[in-house]
Design a protein. Structure first.
Length: 222
């Protein structure tokens, strides 16, 4: 059901001058992203992301919640940056440099397209299914909002870690600008094992080494 699925990306500017990026199939919208972000003068980094939510009216509230949790879990397995509050971050943008800090511009678009297809798959009403099994349901298990906030890496903290690590993976020392890799800020000691979300316990990894690290303690560079 996946073969032949047509996806279109549309960049739209509303009458208030705000830009938004959309991904569509013929069955409807998969995902959208606000590209016009307001900021304070002191802000040096912006996160471009969207909360994963299912809004199909034919599903119950509990079913929409379950599908959103399943999509979030699968996106994490694909090494997307998804918080416990289901906030999906596609990239961080440096205001002063006028460029992405952790991904290339083509990589940002590719991430958005891939995530949109995954979200559409779990919505289940977009006329296609991807050629991999759906993730396991998370059931009634929920992470409290307090715990989610403690795990969440703020844009300012993320920027500080990137700058300290010279915007390079601390395992292979590759960067988005020179090598096209996607960078993540990751916990050395995993949050699930008691690792705090603080500067000394965070480091920069490319998506490949972040996936290899998994849920274990590691602070050894190359």
């Amino acid at each position: 059901e996946y073969r032949g699925t047509e996806v279109s990306l549309q960049l739209y500017r509303n009458d208030q001058g705000f830009w938004r990026l959309f991904a569509y199939t013929r069955a409807g919208m998969l995902l959208s992203l606000n590209l016009s972000l307001t900021r304070r003068k002191s802000t040096s980094i912006l996160e471009l992301g969207q909360t994963i939510a299912m809004r199909a009216r034919e599903f119950t509230v509990s079913d929409r919640q379950r599908r959103a949790d399943e999509a979030s879990r699968y996106l994490r397995k694909m090494v997307f940056d998804v918080s416990e509050a289901r906030q999906l971050v596609f990239g961080t943008f440096g205001v002063q440099s006028g460029a992405f800090l952790d991904v290339t511009a083509p990589g940002f678009v590719a991430n958005f397209l891939q995530a949109a297809l995954i979200v559409g798959h779990f919505q289940g009403n977009k006329g296609y299914l991807l050629p991999y099994p759906r993730g396991e349901a998370l059931g009634s298990r929920r992470t409290s909002s307090v715990a989610a906030l403690r795990r969440r890496i703020s844009p300012g903290l993320r920027s500080d870690v990137f700058e300290r690590d010279n915007f390079t993976c601390q395992k292979c020392f590759r960067s988005p600008r020179k090598h096209g890799v996607i960078l993540h800020v990751d916990h050395k000691k995993p949050w699930s094992l008691g690792g705090p979300t603080e500067f000394s316990n965070l480091w920069t990894l490319c998506s490949r080494h972040n996936l290899q690290k998994g849920n274990r303690y590691d602070d050894t560079g190359r």
